[in-house]
Design a protein around this ligand. Structure first.
Ligand code: NAI
Length: 246
């Protein structure tokens, strides 16, 4: 039986690239996303290139939907080897006095609450297996902060501390928990808001001279599932062209 990777946010952008990378590495990929049409397209792309994938609909902010999803995947596959929590986003750029609590909470919920809820449901399965890899998604902003994105930076910093804590808690069960912190990455939704030229100018301070591709980030996720990364846990893997060097 091939390894089973459950990937939230796998329908678009970085999550889509991670789904492709893990399928190319021989894993059975479960794409869990609330964008059902895009998730189905990724599933078809993976099938066309000879990989195994399925698409399931879930809103990661809803505890009952996550419980149903994880129970279903656990029963049908009998194992969950990799959980990659990639669903997220910053959604707003606003001054602090303009944020409503509902908007602030929306950003915290998708990024931080969603990550917590997924880990809470999958951890017991991995503890029974006595193995597993959990990969959470932060951002360079979780380290540096970001003006006008206060809830996003707070959520991503929270994910880093949450992941370190969970790594300590789950290490005795052979479960590794790490965080990937992408820098500015050209995903269609992020790119769609800016012209390529404006984006190049805005990020001209990246030492490696370009913004990231989803595939650059996907390689880091994939590495953290391999036997070669078996002694890495509780770490934050910064993939950002040298923009931030903690
Ligand atoms: P994206 O918007 O292209 O993809 C996000 C995916 O998450 C979409 O498929 C969307 O449908 C799904 N999603 C959003 N809310 C959901 C919910 N409540 N339930 C289920 N699925 C949901 O975003 P992108 O750029 O690929 O980002 C992926 C992750 O990487 C996010 O966590 C983001 O914060 C992080 N990141 C992205 C950076 C970038 O420059 N693109 C930089 C740093 C971090």
């Amino acid at each position: 039986m091939s390894q089973v990777a459950l990937i939230t946010g796998g329908a678009n952008g970085i999550g889509r690239a991670v789904a492709h990378r893990m399928a190319a590495g021989g894993m059975s990929v479960v794409i869990a996303d609330f964008d059902g049409a895009a998730a189905e397209s990724v599933k078809s792309e993976i099938a066309e290139s000879g990989g195994k994938a399925e698409a399931l609909s879930v809103d990661v902010t809803r505890a009952n939907e996550i419980k149903a999803l994880v129970t279903d995947v656990g029963k049908r596959y009998g194992q969950i080897d990799v959980l990659a929590n990639i669903a997220g986003g910053s959604f707003y750029t606003k001054r602090i006095e303009e944020f409503t609590w509902a908007e602030w909470k929306e950003v915290i919920d998708v990024n931080l609450k969603g990550t917590f809820l997924m880990c809470r449901e999958v951890a017991p399965i991995m503890q029974r297996q006595k193995r597993g890899r959990i990969l959470n998604t932060a951002s360079n902003y979780g380290l540096t902060g970001a003006a006008l994105r206060t809830p996003y930076a707070a959520a991503k910093a929270g994910i880093i501390a949450f992941s370190k804590s969970l790594a300590q808690e789950l290490a005795p069960y052979g479960i590794l928990v790490n965080t990937v912190a992408p820098g500015p990455t050209d995903t269609p939704r992020v790119m769609g808001k800016e012209s390529p030229e404006a984006r190049r100018q805005r990020w001209s301070n990246i030492p490696l001279g370009r913004t990231g591709r989803p595939e650059d980030i996907a390689e880091a996720f994939y590495f953290l599932t391999t036997p070669e990364s078996a002694w890495i846990t509780g770490q934050t893997f910064h993939v950002n062209g040298g923009l931030v060097t903690p």
